[in-house]
Design a protein. Sequence first.
Length: 320
Amino acid sequence: MDKKQLLIYNELISKYNFNEKQKHQIKIGVYQNLNVNYYLKPNFNAYQMEEIRLGLMQNLDVELYAKPEFNVNQMVEIRKGLEQNLNVSLYAKSEFDWGQMREIRLGLISNIEVLIYANPEFNDFQMNKIRLGLEESLDVSWYANPEFNIFQMQEIIDGIKNNLKVSLYSDPKFNWQQMKEIRKGLEQKVNVAIYAKPEFNSEQMNEILSGLQKNLNVTIYANPEFTPNQMWEIKIGLQKKLDVSIYANPDFDENQMFQIRLGLENNIDVSFYSNLEFNKEQMLQIRKGLENKINVESYLNPSIYWKEMERIREELERNK
């Protein structure tokens, strides 16, 4: 730095209370004969100053980003866009964070219709899904919605790529796990209309899908009142060709259903205990008694504690 530059530098830094790192950027700019007035503001930190200086070195229109409201990462994205002769006005806005700016910049490089996602309501991950879809010539209109998170978007993308009828699940009412179960059903060419309903959670959908794959009459348990475990018990019964109507009742919990199903599998008269008043432990004692061919009527009473039922059963089995 010559004497004239040193004089200019000293005069400039005397205007404000700059820290050493800021002074360093001003000093470099003066040495490079740049118009440091663009960043001669104490509310720019040294890293912001450096980004403006780098733009000045390349004769870029730094006025587009020499603003304190842009952090250094945002400035980087705008500077890169200017270097690449892109229309940075589409994203040189403080409402976009640097990740969003990056996705718009990359879209401009690819010459795609970035206005589809140049919306601050999309986060950068959502923008990424839309950008990549546009680059692959996908119909992104099915998922270019800020209400979809990236996992939902991915399920729709997978469906589009497999030429599936994504209209059946491209709805924000479905979470991504539900979307996945519907997509799997479409891939396997089953009638997803039976369970493609928001009132079914993903686990329930999975049980219905599993039944459809096995050509079972899933309408017996395609009811949102059944838990996934209850659905599983009914599905197993259908697979084993049992009369599941005996226990296909949402009021039976899965453990009660299990005891009734085991009784049906063992060809015993489950009517003795297929009663909502019996809990699972009581049903177990009655079932075991029936399987061991004893007269269970002596303890066939919901008011008898299951431990007492067990004692009576074991005594009857010893004395038969």
